[in-house]
Design a protein around this ligand. Structure first.
Ligand SMILES: [Mg+2]
Length: 246
């Protein structure tokens, strides 16, 4: 098999975790609450409904998918630095229902001790920082967090955000490449030098699972029936087996 050497190299494996609905269950923070926070932020910053529609139309015309590209277009349309929007936005989200999960962190660390683990989210870095803080109480140094790459000045608690992920992969010329976009996942893997068959995606969006599978990734749905804890154990067992047997 032509690509056998690739699957033999454990260093080239990569486990990709989604944030919302995977690092924490959506019952602790719903997508609707996040959307409501966007809407509230828009009001607070004085962005009108019409400006919102104009910005959204620009995003649509440019085929920049996803809510974050829409916000970027709206912010640029009204001349507002997007960080101001996103900073205000996380202030409008209630993270207090997200419960600490030390056991889960221990499981992630167990996997990350042997294989690279990253978090790849379509959500904003400011949001991810708040989730990690609420869930794990600390920035997890084993995580590779692509959406932080752009923000080397940003600090998470007392820890600097890692600088080793210099190439922004979720970012395309200033626009996001969300996971559902044509190039999103592949661009991310390419930048990390990981072959699709060596990547495992754990996500709670069935559509993304299917999409990843069509691109040749291994992808597993995280749901109430298949919680992340169990998926982590499964993935560790599979990857360990491959490492031993090649
Ligand atoms: Mg999700």
């Amino acid at each position: 098999m032509a690509d056998m050497h690739l699957t033999k190299a454990p260093d080239n494996k990569l486990v990709i975790l989604d944030c919302d609905g995977v690092l924490y269950p959506t019952s602790q923070l719903t997508l609707q609450e996040i959307m409501d926070a966007f809407e509230k932020t828009r009001h607070q910053l004085g962005i009108s409904e019409q400006e919102c529609q104009e910005g959204s139309a620009k995003a649509k015309n440019a085929q920049h998918l996803g809510i974050f590209n829409r916000i970027l277009h709206i912010c640029r349309h009204v001349g507002l630095p997007e960080d101001i929007f996103f900073k205000r936005c996380v202030e409008n989200i209630d993270y207090s229902r997200i419960t600490p999960a030390p056991e889960l962190l221990a499981n992630i660390r167990r996997l990350a001790d042997e294989f690279p683990v990253c978090v790849l989210t379509n959500n904003h870095a400011f949001h991810l920082a708040r989730v990690l803080d609420a869930r794990f109480g600390a920035y997890e140094k084993n995580f590779i967090i692509p959406n932080f790459e752009k923000r080397k000045h940003m600090r998470y608690g007392n820890n600097p955000i890692p600088c080793y992920d210099i190439t922004s992969t979720a970012n395309d010329n200033g626009w996001y490449q969300p996971k559902q976009s044509k190039k999103g996942l592949m661009r991310f893997l390419k930048a990390r030098g990981v072959q699709p068959q060596n990547a495992v995606l754990l996500d709670d969006t069935p559509y993304l699972i299917e999409l990843a599978q069509t691109k040749g990734l291994r992808a597993k749905l995280v749901s109430a029936d298949h919680p992340l804890e169990r998926r982590l154990i499964e993935v560790r067992a599979e990857l360990t087996k491959e490492k031993i047997h090649g």
